[in-house]
Design a protein around this ligand. Structure first.
Ligand code: SAM
Ligand code: SF4
Length: 380
């Protein structure tokens, strides 16, 4: 039986100072001031259109992502949270994260965030080597990162994540390990360590830089993971590591555990379960910020996740987690019996990609390495 899972809120801020050449997120360089008041008003209308999706729930996590949300003026951000708190939409002890760019954070901003109710910072570091930051087209240098960390720690944030990328142009193993060393010595609660991917329709796709070859990438991953582990961090997802289980990213965990989330803002998307009608719906918003604001189509589109698609959609998320998932989680979030996937489960176990432990299924290390092959068994 389909049950109501925890509910999260994602808020998208689509503007950046400059577009990074590797980035295919819905982010746009802005050379005029951010239309903050207009965007705020429309975010609130967008949120209002989701009242029926709440079904008595409050948000157990909120994520302000982008783009560069730290560019958004504090006054309007504060007004947004006043509304969320006044409408009693935020659960007690909810995790509230904002993505911040070390090159787009004014002095005092982290203290403002603390006052607003934000309790977690995700800092887009990418690398500590200035030459690498330059080749990634970043607007900050390593010094800006250290300054940002100093500020956020003095503002009282001990729960912060650092985003790092590896497999960077002309990166050696030592370069990558040096980045990890420097990141972990700053004692973050959480580390997201992504391998740089070449995305279509980016400047890097049009003019590819000199990236490390497969063998080098493999060694960077192997040695990097060993270093992270030796520093006391636990990997719990493909790119996510935390110092302690309680410091795992609750917002992302809810995605990976096939929870519900409402997405507001340009290009945001969401997923909501309706146990009463045994339906699961996806919704999405207009991607182009101008059209999002002028058309005000909430949602811009929506579709049901069909019964036949549910196992694959679930696996796409849950198999990213090292610990996999319980039979109960599968049944509660898909509304299907675990027996309905017995055949693909048995096939994947036989191929050594999946392992069963009492009422738990998890990817083996081979399954983690060849996730697409594992997912293939669950295609509708
Ligand atoms: C949604 S982005 C926004 C973060 C923020 N705007 C920033 O760049 O500082 C979140 C993270 O995704 C990662 N990322 C973006 N593009 C990527 C790519 N092509 N390959 C791997 N990781 C990428 C970066 O580490 C980035 O910090
Ligand atoms: S700052 Fe972040 S969101 Fe903006 S273009 Fe760069 S990677 Fe993309």
């Amino acid at each position: 039986m389909l049950q109501l899972p925890p509910l999260s809120l994602y808020i998208h801020f689509p503007w950046c100072v400059k577009k990074c050449p590797y980035c295919d997120f819905n982010s746009h360089a802005l050379n005029t001031p951010i239309p903050a008041q207009q965007y705020l008003d429309i975010l609130l209308l967008d949120l209002k259109s989701h009242i029926q999706d709440l079904q008595g729930r409050q948000f157990h996590s909120i994520f302000l992502g982008g783009g560069t949300p730290s560019l958004f003026p504090t006054k309007e951000l504060s007004a947004l949270f006043t509304q969320l708190f006044d409408q009693n939409l935020i659960a007690d002890k909810a995790e509230i994260t904002i993505e911040a760019n070390p090159g787009a954070i004014e002095h005092g901003k982290f203290s403002d965030y603390k006052q607003i109710g934000i309790n977690r910072i995700s800092l887009g570091v990418q690398s500590f080597q200035d030459e690498k930051l330059k080749s990634l087209g970043r607007i900050h240098n390593a010094q800006d990162v250290y300054r940002a960390i100093d500020e956020l720690v003095s503002a009282g944030f001990d729960n912060f994540n650092l985003d790092l990328m590896h497999g960077l142009p002309n990166q050696s193993i030592d370069d990558a390990l040096d980045d990890l060393h420097r990141a972990l010595s700053l004692k973050p609660a959480h580390l997201s360590w992504y391998q740089l991917t070449q995305e279509p329709n980016t400047a890097f796709a049009a003019k590819p830089p000199d990236l490390p070859n497969e063998n080098l990438l493999f060694e960077i991953e192997r040695q990097g993971k060993a270093l992270i582990k030796a520093q006391g961090f636990n990997q719990y997802e493909i790119s996510a590591y935390s110092r302690d289980q309680s410091l795992q990213a609750r917002h992302n965990l809810n995605y990976w555990q096939f929870g519900d989330y409402i997405g507001i803002g340009a290009g945001a998307h969401g997923k909501v379960s309706f146990p009463q009608t045994d339906t699961i719906t996806r919704h999405w918003k207009r991607k182009n910020p101008k059209l999002y604001m002028t058309e005000q189509a909430f949602p811009y589109g929506s579709a049901q996740i069909k019964l036949t698609e549910r196992p694959y959609e679930f696996m796409l998320n849950a198999l990213r987690l090292q610990q996999g998932f319980s039979h109960a989680l599968f049944e509660q979030t898909t509304g299907l019996s675990i027996h309905s996937i017995q055949k693909p489960v048995e096939q994947a176990i036989k191929r050594g990609l999946l392992q069963q432990n009492a009422d738990h299924l998890a990817p083996t290390s081979l399954g983690q390495q060849f996730l697409n092959d594992l997912l293939y068994f669950f295609l509708p």
